[in-house]
Design a protein around this ligand. Structure first.
Ligand code: NDP
Ligand code: GDR
Length: 360
């Protein structure tokens, strides 16, 4: 029998205004989905990443719609799921900044842990367990303190921040609802993924934006924390394909998505400056360490202890063999191309800022 609901392709994306939400919405629209996104009320516009996808619903049927909502408001989530009756839910909304989670641990738990439960309960309360597939944005931060490398689906978790602990709950409640209620509920355990629309306070974007602004003369130096942390960095565009593939699998399951390569923050800095033809030389130690541009002798990187975390995740490197074998997914974009694309985009923005400030 043809499953009518599998032919109806209606996605609900929480966190649609974020980096991944924007790439995923674009990808699903390209596949012919009707896409509903949840955005938060804010005092100024917060939809810049998806504005290019938006069409005025007053002109007729449009495939992309946005609704106000919040992961801390169950009545809102239940009502939206009831109205939309999505065939797939991608739960991407989260207070996603690890350092901020040490400052706002309770809010992070509310949005990132209990928020997942609220959405799963909405599906259950509405009796949509067999109609709605659920994707949970789980994270390599779950691995935390190194137990095994490369990290894979069977590697034990050891979360190292309020963010990661909240996400641990999100991971397990997703597994539990799958097992308890037979829901198609899956975790994507995604390693870091970046892009030109990455939030400006995550280290990669902070670096590429800083490099661009130094290059055009808008700033002198980038202030960073731990340069030795190592991450498995991929491109968000590749990872949203994986999220979709996870929900098209024959059965619900949990998958690592990663590139299988790891680089330090220091290497990221060096490569990003290399994109604008600068070579960085390191001098000093600890918080007195600086990065100098060899050609000009100017300091372009400084260390600010404020950016060190109370507990750090030192090394992430993922093994995405299961996703490759079962979903046919692999990361496509090389680390070098990722850095190149991010620097080029930030350079274009910085040049616009310069000409804007000169009034030309
Ligand atoms: P972003 O920070 O770019 O986006 C987060 C989104 O969640 C934004 O749309 C934000 O809204 C929204 N949001 C935050 N709090 C709430 C709330 N209380 N109610 C409703 N919406 C809320 O994150 P990414 O796109 O990078 O990541 C997407 C998801 O994947 C997150 O859950 C993140 O934790 C997880 N993840 C990310 C990885 C990465 O490397 N990018 C790796 C592994 C997991 P607003 O725009 O208004 O702030
Ligand atoms: P992460 O990303 O914590 O891995 O979480 P982030 O880019 O914030 O940090 C990566 C590493 O860089 C070090 N670092 C700095 N980080 C920031 N933000 N700012 C700095 O100035 C700085 N200097 C050094 C950090 O200490 C860390 O070791 C991201 C988020 O997207 C999560 O939501 C997601 O779950 C994980 O990736 C996988």
């Amino acid at each position: 029998m043809v499953d009518q609901d599998r032919k109806r392709r209606v996605a609900l994306i929480t966190g649609v205004t974020g980096q991944d939400g924007a790439y995923l919405a674009e990808y699903l629209l390209g596949l012919g989905y009707t896409v509903h996104g949840i955005k938060r009320r804010s005092s100024s516009f917060n939809t810049a990443r998806v504005d290019h996808l938006y069409q005025d619903p007053h002109v007729g049927d449009v495939p992309f719609l946005m609704h106000y909502g919040d992961m801390t408001d169950s009545t809102n989530l239940i009502r939206l799921v009831q109205q939309i009756r999505p065939t797939e839910i991608y739960n991407l909304a989260a207070q996603s900044h690890v350092a901020v989670s040490f400052e706002s641990p309770e809010y992070t738990a509310n949005a990132d842990a209990v928020g997942v439960l609220r959405l799963l309960e909405a599906i259950r309360i509405l009796g949509l367990e067999k109609d709605t597939r659920f994707y949970q944005a789980s994270t390599s931060e779950l691995y935390g303190l190194v137990q095994e490398v490369p990290q894979r689906e069977t590697t034990p978790f050891y979360p190292r921040s309020p963010y990661a602990v909240a996400k641990l709950y999100g991971y397990w409640i997703t597994v539990n609802y799958r097992e308890a209620y037979g829901m198609f509920a899956s975790n994507g355990i995604l390693f870091n993924h970046e892009s030109p629309i990455r939030g400006e306070t995550f280290v990669t974007r902070k670096i590429t934006r800083g490099v661009a602004r130094i290059e055009v003369g808008l700033e002198d130096a980038i202030y960073l924390g731990n340069l030795e942390a190592k991450r498995d960095w991929g491109h968000a565009r590749d990872y949203v394909r994986g999220m979709h593939a996870i929900l098209q699998a024959d059965k619900p399951d949990d998958f690592v998505l990663a590139t299988g390569e790891t680089r330090s923050v220091r290497e990221f800095v060096e490569l990003a400056f290399g994109e604008v033809g600068r070579r960085v030389e390191w001098q000093g130690e600890g918080v007195d360490e600086v990065g100098r541009d060899v050609a000009s002798g100017k300091i372009v990187v400084r260390i600010d202890p404020a950016y060190f975390r109370p507990t750090e995740v030192d090394l992430l490197i993922g093994d995405a063999t299961k996703a490759r074998q079962k979903l046919g997914w692999t990361a496509q974009t090389s680390f070098r191309d990722l850095v190149k694309e991010m620097v080029a985009s930030d350079l274009a923005d910085a040049r616009r800022d310069v000409s804007g400030s000169r009034g030309v």
